[in-house]
Design a protein around this ligand. Structure first.
Ligand SMILES: C[S@@+](CC[C@H](N)C(=O)[O-])C[C@H]1O[C@@H](n2cnc3c(N)ncnc32)[C@H](O)[C@@H]1O
Length: 313
């Protein structure tokens, strides 16, 4: 990659060294980067491979353009949602991999592109789709979702305290004029926000809309379940999340094999648990990294190893 298309400009990878160490790369192994973005993590994985292979995913066409700059024969890019990981691996002749990395959420490039509508700072269309072929935009959601559903989305994904009042205000506003731009939304939000905490409030609302537009938790659940099938015994699952709901899902999945629900036991009372956590607590970015890259402050990295179920007594 050259010029101003370097991954550092597109997105600065978070906890790069920690993620690579967590993958415990074997130079001949096959790995998945489920969230290519600007390719910061992918390039480091490739540096660590010799005869191995990396299959990367991203549903955003801008990420695909970044991936097109990688010339390595060990590299395959799939412009697809990672919820289809297993199918795409199969299409590429792969059934088992030695490690899967996922760095959830959106990239700095996506946030910093006004026309994508992810940012509270710029005027732009209320879009927020990572995959611009999908049909649900933030504007459509704001203009068409029933008030109760809006209430749920804002409360659950954004942890917005006055979600019910806000959902009502959105419904009133749209009956006068449909939402089109991010500026129209922030202007409407201003009087609803706690004084002095307006930007935090906007960020919570935007996050909730983004998560719903992209069905992020649903995709994460489908992806985690497939990790159980595609990661070889001894292989690593490495997931970095920036939202407490996502982190809880990853933690549950590692501890119980299920995103929601309890640990299953077999007939003999042995836990049916496909992964073993490598660290009890999530890894967090160093103070130095957080100082240099504010995005790293909320990152939680969870690492697990696939258990060989065939040797369970
Ligand atoms: C935080 S960025 C990853 C940054 C990357 N690790 C790097 O170093 O540049 C997350 C990326 O994952 C992509 N993404 C998020 N959810 C996805 C999903 N369900 N399927 C495919 N790509 C997804 C986004 O489009 C975004 O480009």
């Amino acid at each position: 990659m050259t010029g101003n298309q370097t991954p550092a400009r597109y997105h600065r990878p978070v906890m790069l060294a920690e993620c690579i160490e967590a993958l415990n790369i074997n130079t001949g192994g096959t790995y998945v980067d489920a969230t290519f973005g600007g390719g910061g993590h992918s390039l480091k994985i490739l540096e660590n491979l010799r005869e191995g292979r990396l299959i990367a995913f991203d549903q955003d066409e801008d990420a695909k353009k970044q991936a097109d700059n990688i010339q390595s024969r060990s590299f395959t890019f799939c412009q697809a949602n990672f919820k289809y990981m297993k199918q795409y691996l199969k299409l590429n002749g792969v059934t088992l991999v030695e490690g899967v990395l996922a760095d959830l959420g959106i990239s700095s490039h996506q946030i910093d592109s006004p026309e994508r509508g992810f940012s509270t700072r710029f005027e732009g269309p209320l879009d927020m789709r990572m995959d611009r072929k999908s049909t649900l935009t933030a504007a459509k959601l704001l203009n068409e979702y029933p008030e109760e559903k809006l209430h749920k989305v804002l409360g659950m994904y954004g942890e917005v305290k006055n979600a019910k009042t806000l959902a009502r205000a959105i419904a009133q506003q749209r009956s006068v004029k449909k939402f089109e731009t991010s500026q129209e939304l922030t202007v409407m939000l201003k009087p609803m926000a706690p004084r002095g905490k307006e930007f935090k409030y906007y960020a919570q609302v935007f996050q909730a809309l983004r998560m719903e537009v992209n069905q992020e938790l649903e995709a994460l659940e489908e992806f985690l379940v497939q990790c159980r099938d595609v990661i070889a015994p001894g292989g690593r699952l490495v997931v970095m999340s920036y939202h407490s709901l996502e982190d809880r899902m990853v933690k549950n999945f590692i501890n119980t094999g299920k995103v929601f629900g309890e640990l299953e036991k077999d007939f003999y009372g042995n836990p049916v648990k496909p992964f073993q956590a490598v660290n009890r607590k999530p890894v967090e970015a160093s103070e130095k990294e957080v100082k240099e890259n504010n995005r790293a402050r909320s990152a939680k990295l969870r690492i697990a190893e696939r258990i060989d179920m065939s040797i369970k007594l």
